[in-house]
Ligand binder design. Structure first.
Ligand code: AMP
Length: 249
């Protein structure tokens, strides 16, 4: 069984994001970039499938600037077998990414494609569902458990008020939720080994995909600053404030 995992290069989750002065986007120059955390969970799940003998090959795919190779190398160090970079300096919006991934899937013919439930930079949560629609494949979003057996994926999803378990016929598109697993750190020997694993480079032109943006961002602004809190003497003062100032009692 072949697994394809999408790995996006995003601003590191622990970096404080700053909006550009002209409000056209966020500052990315000299900012630490890492793999999207939900994609780390995707790679981990793929590696566990391989360790369990269910998967035979893991292909990590990233789309974007040349530095996305570093993100692919991280996936290779975690246990992916090879990488594909779809190189583009253009802004790649979710529909363009989904179309590019569709073209890669048609070449690679995986049994399961794992994406993150959302990228922490654009928070779109669109790419996985769009890819499934373009391929005409079943999809399971926000997965917190995956079992593969007899040509089917049994996926548990976190829904309001409980868990939903679905059985889907392979091939499938799946997006990861936080509780699917805890990703491993790559060991030093595996980081060294990853340097020798192959990464193919393709372009949107070679894949025949027009990546022209369809959405226009009007402006990006910082959230309003939080007001400083106050220390209260006790419960009586809290109740008085809730009643007289907040008007919620
Ligand atoms: P989004 O729809 O932008 O929130 O992204 C959801 C998921 O799609 C991410 O967690 C990735 O798995 C995948 N994805 C989106 N953009 C890219 C990209 N440029 N390269 C690789 N994977 C991507």
């Amino acid at each position: 069984m072949k697994v394809l995992v999408a790995v996006k290069r995003v601003i590191d989750a622990f970096v404080k994001v700053r909006v550009k002065a002209d409000q056209t986007g966020v500052e990315t120059a000299n900012v630490k970039m890492s793999m999207n955390p939900f994609d780390e969970i995707g790679v981990e799940e793929a590696v566990r499938l391989k360790e369990a003998g269910t998967a035979s090959e893991i292909v990590a795919v990233s789309l974007g600037v040349a530095q996305c190779q570093e993100t692919i190398r991280t996936a290779l160090a975690m246990g992916a077998d090879r990488g594909i970079l779809v190189a583009s300096d253009a802004e790649l919006q979710p529909l363009a990414v989904a179309k590019l991934l569709q073209a890669v899937v048609e070449r690679e013919q995986p049994d399961i494609v794992i994406l993150g439930k959302q990228a922490i930079d654009d928070d779109s949560s669109q790419t996985g569902p769009m890819l499934a629609a373009l391929l005409g494949w079943p999809q399971a979003t926000f997965a917190s458990k995956l079992v593969i057996a007899d040509g089917r994926a049994t996926v548990t999803r976190e829904v309001d008020g409980g868990l939903e378990t679905e059985s889907l016929k392979l091939p499938v598109v799946m997006t990861t939720d936080l509780r699917l697993n805890e990703p491993r750190y790559a060991s030093l020997p595996n980081i060294m080994k990853a340097k020798r694993k192959p990464i193919d480079v393709l372009t949107p032109d070679e894949l025949g995909v027009d990546v022209t943006p369809r959405l226009e961002v009007l402006k990006v602004v910082e959230p309003p600053r939080r007001q400083a809190g106050v220390k209260l003497a006790g419960a009586a003062e809290l109740v008085a404030k809730l009643r007289d100032e907040a008007g919620v009692l």
